[in-house]
Design a protein around this ligand. Structure first.
Ligand code: C2E
Ligand code: MG
Ligand code: MG
Length: 570
């Protein structure tokens, strides 16, 4: 820990020293050269330091750093003639700059620029070492501030542009509105990309930014902060929450196909005394509020409050502990029985992981699975779950006790991990259990990863009789081609459908047709999340094969589940 802090301090010192050098040296050069565009590239940190806003005024370098490659790409996408873009990217790469500047202190190249209405100009990029030791390079051309502030895709602001613009608005004392920042995230955006290709995805993103821009929110600034995450600054008093609900569910038409796009939104109300505070933090809080949305079907927005901050800190602390949770054996497998709709008997079960922290608190997989996915440790955990399940079943099997098939959830990350997939294949090949007793659940989104990455691993398992479920069917942007082109043994209808049972004739008809379609393609269907007798009765009557949900049983610890199996057999 201490060492990490030391490293941080060292890095910070190096960065602030680099900043000082820029301040010391650039002023002089600029004044003597009178370039209208300047920036400093830090070759060792791969960042570009720029502040043209201030530059024209007072040569005051209080600017911000950007990722160099990102800035370069944005420039290429916007202005450089397509034929030249490859050359530009090659010539301006950090490796190339380093190599060229090692020979001489100066390096330049010309590239053709393209402006609106076909105006083409040849421009010269000029790079020179400011400080060889620190790897600081001065680059000069034209003013591109607004370009660096702009998101190349939507033409709204990018992250730093948004921060800079909002800061300016908040610092303007003549503005008396009560401001709020909204953080909007598209649900299941990856699926849009998978279904419609990157170009379709890009169009959807542009569509989203237009919807925000043209909405009754009348935002003062709109930004795309990363991938499918948007932010906007609005007048808090004009927020109409019913309108937001409508706004967050849109039907878009892409390539003649219409698509339901759902969003969730976190809102941070900026207090007057905070107007000089960090805009990045305000965005973080709006995002935090978004993460607290429990059920986007019911309420797709949330407003930040102090309790969220406190529990967020507690959660952050928990995430730190998560790293060693595997070694400390803190994960446990729970089993939720799945019932045969006709006989009402346990037909199978789903393995659901639980994390019991050292302080006894139980943490939901909805919280930690995404974190493990991000940190690349999910496969390690999934392998642990798979081995625990096999050990449990094999032990009962050996003792002549009753067993039922158990399905395990696979993360899409697992399919990138060839070693993990090989281990799973080996485990299931060697088990004395009937082959179709080990089953895996894959979501539609995960499946698209499989299709492109490691399809063989899945086919190998299927060939020896392992069964596959399509999990959460209908929760995102369902693609019937997923079902058409690949044989899933069992389709799990998402909880969202079961919740709507009895709310409208249409909702009921949709469920019936999913059940019928599943049967027509030779698969079986499990309904997830049945909580009431009405739901169970409806599902049974509609011909649903299996039912899982609190109505029958919550996920149970292994011993309790074992007891249930023993009782059923007795
Ligand atoms: P899932 O695979 O769709 O699992 C079903 C979730 O619905 C479980 O939540 C289950 O407890 C919950 N559930 C079941 N019946 C009802 C009901 O009647 N009402 C309501 N409201 N909920 C019900 P859980 O255990 O919190 O798991 C959440 C998600 O975490 C799972 O969704 C799955 O995607 C993931 N997950 C769980 N265990 C694992 C694992 O071992 N590996 C991986 N990669 N993901 C896992
Ligand atoms: Mg599941
Ligand atoms: Mg599910």
């Amino acid at each position: 820990m201490d060492r990490e802090n030391d490293e941080d301090i060292k890095l910070w010192n190096a960065e602030s020293r680099a900043m000082e050098l820029i301040h010391e040296q650039v002023d002089h050069r600029l004044i003597t050269m009178e370039y209208d565009y300047v920036c400093v590239i830090n070759l060792s940190l791969n960042t570009i330091y720029i502040d043209l806003d201030q530059l024209h005024a007072e040569w005051d370098w209080t600017g911000e750093e950007h990722d160099y490659d990102e800035a370069r790409l944005s420039l290429t996408n916007h202005f450089i003639v397509a034929d030249d873009s490859e050359t530009f990217l090659r010539r301006s790469s950090v490796e190339n700059l380093r190599r060229k500047l090692a020979k001489k202190d100066d390096y330049f190249f010309t590239i053709r620029f393209e402006y609106a209405n076909d105006v083409r100009l040849t421009k010269k990029f000029h790079y020179s070492y400011l400080n060889r030791q620190q790897g600081l390079v001065l680059a000069t051309l034209k003013d591109v501030t607004s370009l660096l502030d702009q998101d190349w895709l939507t033409e709204e602001l990018n992250r730093s542009g948004f921060i800079r613009n909002v800061r300016k608005i908040l610092h303007d004392e003549s503005r008396l509105e009560q401001f709020a920042i909204m953080y909007i995230n598209i649900k299941g955006f990856k699926a849009i990309n998978d279904l419609f290709g990157t170009e379709g995805g890009d169009r959807a993103l542009r569509g989203v930014s237009q919807i925000i821009r043209q909405s009754s929110l009348k935002p003062y600034a709109v930004g795309r902060i990363e991938a499918d995450h948007f932010v906007c600054l609005v007048d808090a008093n004009t927020i109409d929450y019913e309108e937001i609900k409508r706004l967050l569910h849109q039907t878009m038409v892409i390539n003649n196909r219409s698509l339901d796009v759902y969003g969730v939104c976190g809102i941070y109300l900026i207090k007057d005394e905070e107007r000089y505070g960090s805009v990045a933090k305000m965005c973080d809080r709006a995002r935090m509020a978004k993460d607290y949305i429990e059920d986007e079907y019911v309420q797709p927005y949330a407003v930040f409050d102090e309790e969220m901050r406190i529990s967020f800190m507690a959660r952050n602390e928990a995430l730190g502990e998560l790293r060693s949770a595997l070694e400390r054996n803190e994960f446990q497998v729970y089993y939720q029985p799945v019932y045969d709709a006709m006989t009402g008997k346990i037909a199978s079960a789903e393995a659901l992981v639980r994390w019991r922290r050292t302080n006894g608190e139980m943490v939901s997989p909805a919280v930690f699975v995404p974190v493990l996915e991000e940190s690349g440790r999910i496969s390690q955990m999934d392998l642990f779950v798979e081995r625990s399940v096999l050990a449990f079943l094999e032990d009962r099997h050996a003792k002549g006790q009753s067993v039922v098939p158990v399905s395990m959830n696979m993360s899409q990350m697992d399919f990138y991990d060839k070693d993990m997939m090989a281990s799973v294949l080996m485990d299931v090949s060697n088990t004395p259990l009937p082959m179709d007793y080990t089953r895996f659940e894959v979501t539609e989104t995960a499946y698209s990863t499989v299709a492109s990455n490691n399809r063989n691993a899945l086919l190998d398992m299927k060939n020896i009789g392992v069964k596959f479920y399509l999990d959460d069917f209908g929760s995102g942007y369902s693609s019937f081609s997923t079902i058409r082109d690949y044989d899933f043994d069992i389709i799990k209808m998402d909880m969202g459908f079961v919740r709507k049972i009895g709310t409208s004739q249409k909702a009921d008809a949709v469920i019936r047709s999913i059940i019928d379609m599943t049967h027509l393609i030779g698969s079986k269907v499990v309904a997830e999340g049945a909580e009431t007798k009405e739901q169970v009765d409806f599902l049974r009557e509609a011909g649903c094969d299996f039912i899982q949900g609190y109505y029958y049983s919550k996920p149970l610890p292994q011993e309790e589940f074992a007891k249930l199996l023993d009782e059923q057999c007795a």
